[in-house]
Design a protein around this ligand. Sequence first.
Ligand code: ASP
Length: 333
Amino acid sequence: MKKLLLIATGGTIASKYTEKGLSPQISAKELLSYVPAAGDFCEIDAIQPFSLDSTNIGAPQWLALAALIEKSYISYDGFVICHGTDTMAYTAAALSYLIQNSPKPIVVTGAQKPIDLAITDARANLLDSLRFASHDRAHGVNIVFGGSVIAGTRAKKERSKSYNAFSSINYPQIAVIQDDRIVFYIDDKGQRKAPLSFCQKLNDRVFLLKLIPGTGGSVLEALASSYDAFIIESFGVGGFPDYGDGSFRRAIARCLAAGKPIIMATQVTHEGSDMTIYQVGKVLKDEFHLLESYDMTLEATVAKTMWCLGQTSDYAEFRRLFYTTVNHDILFA
Ligand code: ASP
């Protein structure tokens, strides 16, 4: 029988109704009491490093989760993290960079409804996650939610209320779970040559600037001293507006001269960026060799930028790391 560690961090799955709204109150042990059927296929220990609405989860918690998994890695066959859905895609992406090439599964799950309600997706999601984490062919960081297994770098919360909240963006689902059967679409355990690695460094001084019609480069200049890297969420396949003042060109030149990477991403969820298609993108890409997110999700782009910044302050090395595929995150580069 597989031995798993359940790591409860809060979120709706563990929440109860209070006068002030839903807040996490259900302990890790109580969560397990709602899925007695898991006892047929795995043994589970439970731990609760913190109990937060995932709105309040960021780099310090991602590092704590990675450190906790590293410390307990040899004692368990797999890990299931219960987490709020709102920032789950960021956490799964961050863990994909902090724990690379794991032969053991690290599953992130949660629910749209608390586990103690009569009608809820929580019990199915938790049972599916434990089942997936007990499977011999499961490995690496994945989200299990609504019967889908999604690579940790490819998930996006696309629905704020429905049970099928998460989609796999620009990449197939790893597997689907139907009752007690797991059907793998990507079955690549054992094909990875790189060894397991843990990392304990992130730099979260990253700013995501979402452009709207009218945003000028002066915003980037104003923010430049407070952040170490910028992701610009532009329109379509990606370009910088020029309202006649050349302000983006100047701001980009200043940021790059100060060694601050700029990454072009897109506001369009599916199919990714390609700055070379339109003059509004190509001219600046050619001049500054700008990085772009291509087919990566925005969540993975954010987490990867924090991870790359944590590893190096050398721009060429940042670029190499950023375009290195980790947990299926990028295909086009
Ligand atoms: N606000 C909650 C959270 O992210 C939502 C959820 O878990 O579904 O923690």
